[in-house]
Design a protein around this ligand. Structure first.
Ligand SMILES: Cc1ncc(C[n+]2csc(CCOP(=O)(O)OP(=O)(O)O)c2C)c(N)n1
Length: 675
């Protein structure tokens, strides 16, 4: 257990009289702002309010132990007082409440209380409970790896400590002795659910399982909170690792303006806690210490009231938010030129796809010091289950190439934090089938960060994962996941089919300021051989490659199926059918001009993918052709995909029946050509 500094004397804690008065001012400011915001809500002027009242002692006490110049924080939605104490202005908070265009955190795109202030190292938050914990670890990992002595504070309510993200982050923070302080504000309820129905044991005791100190503190006593927090920060700064602090506190109002707390707690209970109001506790201390007389109290009260009124007025007068469309991407890509001719084979040493990946990773990591690669078993000596990351730990050290615990949400969440703190994360998910635990981090966090902050945070993250079937991988080593992720604005999704493109897309992805998911067709890891240019080689994201031209039909495919389509096209040519092959390479953004050109060229399109047909990516291509190029069609668009069974049954006799084949493509192409 961490030593709890129970000094009831602020100077013993290193706090000056002025700092103490300032703490009081910040608490009062938060309370008055809170009251004002509730009033606005009752007047029907703002739709949604999250209250801080009751938590001010915990939050201001914690903030005063941090240094916004070098420390980072990942506050949660109730942290109004924390943000004010860190230097966010009351006006900025009102801009968020009114969802105005100049709301610096969200530009009107998120509900209020979704903090973000890059200038104060306050990282953007979503509404998803607990996703911030892995982010905090990522930031801390980057700080640690770059030799900074910065500390990361991450907070939540006690309800959040039941989420997997919390536990995965605690584990990782303890493993790496990361400079993180987990601050849990236990107000006894998660909306209506009382603590006894959500937390087994005590929150602070959860630290024990991860071998880190856990401390319980009276969250309504700002001096106790400050003492514990300062000790935890000092411990983290000294390299001694993370601490979990459980601050016992209470919220005086309902969970949010949409909640009715009368149905789950009594007025007497609220009243009991009001007697321990953190503002009263500090005020009493100040009066007893002769630091707060009537004059000063009146002055502080007036100052704070004026500040709230001024901030409200200014925010109210600010222009409304109108821009809903910009900043989905940091570098939007709108393909405008169709692929006209087959891409010439590049010159270079012939190698397979997995070798190309490994060589490229060595190159990009040598080129960019800020890159870090991590995932399950990626570190040497194993170097990845497919050997894609072989030699990287030896070459670049364990801070830049490291194993992750078996926790996919953590892998992606840590990547978010590394990216936030200036790194270029390259996350490996061992098999695409196991990416699903990270769906939330990818869709809610990775893809939305740029948009939700209107471009104030960028995430140049690469997510690599082997995907697809045809290798007897059975139901859980064969899945095609592209339809899930290509659907999501904010992500870029690419699928190479040749070793050279794998290299080129990887270089482009690492250099791209947006998150890019690279789906590596693992059937092609050793099957696809080809020349790969030496040194930096970039294939533009959003650009399809015409592999074959043909006047009878065009096969549109990607990944393993593009590889098969080329083989099918060459065989079809021998029987007099000219089938063009358009290898999409990039699913989002989609190279529409090249698709359109293919449709115009021969009016017949066969879309091939190994994912099942229903709701698959081919449906998007077919729909776009129907919407935009119907008049050019000479035959209905055909889709050749796997049937509606989970991909793919294990026995060779089963898999060969459902996995799309070269012969299957040929058969479909013949029928289409004859239409
Ligand atoms: C993953 C997720 N599940 C559910 C919700 C809905 N939700 C919002 S706040 C909340 C309760 C959180 O309680 P706690 O962590 O104790 O924090 P408090 O609000 O009490 O400060 C819930 C269930 C959500 N935002 N995210």
């Amino acid at each position: 257990m961490l030593e709890l500094d129970n000094a009831r004397d602020h100077s013993a804690l290193g706090l000056s009289d002025e700092q103490l008065i300032d703490m009081y001012r910040k608490m009062l400011l938060a309370r008055k702002l809170d009251e004002r915001v509730w009033a606005l809500n009752r007047q029907g002027r703002v739709p949604f309010v999250v209250s801080v009242a009751g938590h001010e002692g915990t939050q201001v006490g914690a903030a005063f132990a941090l240094d916004p110049q070098r420390d980072w924080s990942l506050p949660y939605y109730r942290d109004v007082a924390f943000n004010l104490a860190m230097g966010v202005s009351a006006k900025d908070l009102f801009l968020a409440v009114f969802a105005k265009a100049s709301d610096p955190a969200n530009a009107g795109r998120q509900m209020p209380n979704h903090w973000s202030e890059p200038d104060l190292n306050i990282f953007s938050a979503s509404s998803v409970i607990a996703t911030q914990f892995p982010h905090a670890c990522g930031v801390a990992h980057r700080l640690q790896a770059t030799g900074s002595d910065g500390v990361v504070m991450v907070s939540s309510g006690e309800g959040a400590t039941s989420e997997g993200d919390f536990h995965e982050a605690m584990n990782f923070a303890a493993l790496h002795k990361l400079p993180v302080v987990f601050l849990i504000q236990n107000n006894l309820y998660a909306i209506s659910t009382p603590e006894r129905e959500e937390v087994a044991g005590a929150v602070a005791e959860r630290a024990g399982g991860y071998g880190m100190p856990g401390v319980e503190v009276d969250g309504n006593d700002i001096l106790s909170v400050y003492g514990v927090m300062a000790a935890a920060v000092q411990r983290a700064r000294a390299g001694d690792g993370p601490t979990l602090i459980e601050a016992k506190t209470y919220r005086y109002y309902a969970h949010t303006s949409d909640d009715d707390d009368k149905v789950y707690r009594t007025a007497e209970e609220v009243e009991l806690w009001r007697r321990k109001d953190p503002i009263l506790v500090l005020k009493q201390y100040l009066v007893e210490s002769r630091l707060l007389g009537e004059d000063l109290e009146t002055e502080v009260e007036r100052e704070v009231t004026d500040e709230v009124a001024r901030a409200l007025k200014e925010a109210d007068a600010a222009p409304e938010a109108v821009d809903w469309e910009s900043n989905v991407y940091a570098a939007p890509i709108v393909p405008d030129e169709a692929a006209l001719d087959p891409e010439p084979e590049p010159a270079g040493e012939t190698m397979n796809m997995i070798t190309a990946i490994n060589k490229t990773l060595h190159e990009v990591m040598a080129e960019y010091d800020e890159t870090a690669i991590f995932g399950e078993d990626v570190a040497d000596p194993k170097g990845g289950v497919f050997k894609a990351t072989m030699g990287l730990t030896d070459a670049f050290g364990p801070d830049r190439s490291f194993n992750m615990p078996l926790a996919e949400a953590l892998i992606i969440g840590v990547g978010v934090g590394i990216g936030a703190a200036g790194g270029r994360p390259i996350a490996e998910i061992q098999f695409a089938d196991f990416i699903h635990p990270a769906f939330d981090q990818i869709v809610s966090e990775v893809a939305r960060l740029h948009y939700r902050t209107n471009g104030r945070w960028k995430l140049p993250m690469v997510i690599r994962t082997p995907y697809g079937g045809g290798i007897h991988g059975a139901l859980y080593h064969s899945q095609s996941i592209e339809a899930f992720y290509a659907h999501v604005p904010g992500l870029k999704v690419v699928v190479p089919s040749t070793p050279a493109d794998t290299k080129g897309l990887l270089w482009s992805a690492v250099e791209d300021p947006d998150p890019v998911m690279i789906l590596e067709p693992k059937k092609l890891y050793r099957l696809a051989q080809g020349p790969v240019p030496d040194g930096p080689h970039r294939v533009p994201i959003g650009k399809a490659a015409l592999r074959r031209t043909g006047d009878d039909l065009t096969i549109i495919a990607y990944g393993t199926m593009a590889h098969f389509a080329v083989e099918a096209s060459d065989k079809l040519r021998k029987e007099g059918i000219e089938a063009g092959v358009l290898d999409l390479r990039s699913l989002r953004p989609l190279d529409w001009p090249s698709i359109e050109r293919a449709v115009r060229r021969n009016g017949k399109v066969l879309i091939v993918h190994e994912d099942n047909k229903f709701g698959g990516f081919g449906a998007e291509i077919a729909a776009q052709i129907a919407e935009k190029s119907l008049d050019w069609l000479d035959a209905p668009v055909r889709r050749y995909c796997s049937p509606e069974v989970p991909a793919f049954p294990y026995a060779a006799t089963l898999e060969e029946q459902v996995f799309p084949s070269v012969d299957g493509i040929i058969e479909q192409a013949r029928a289409l050509a004859a239409y």
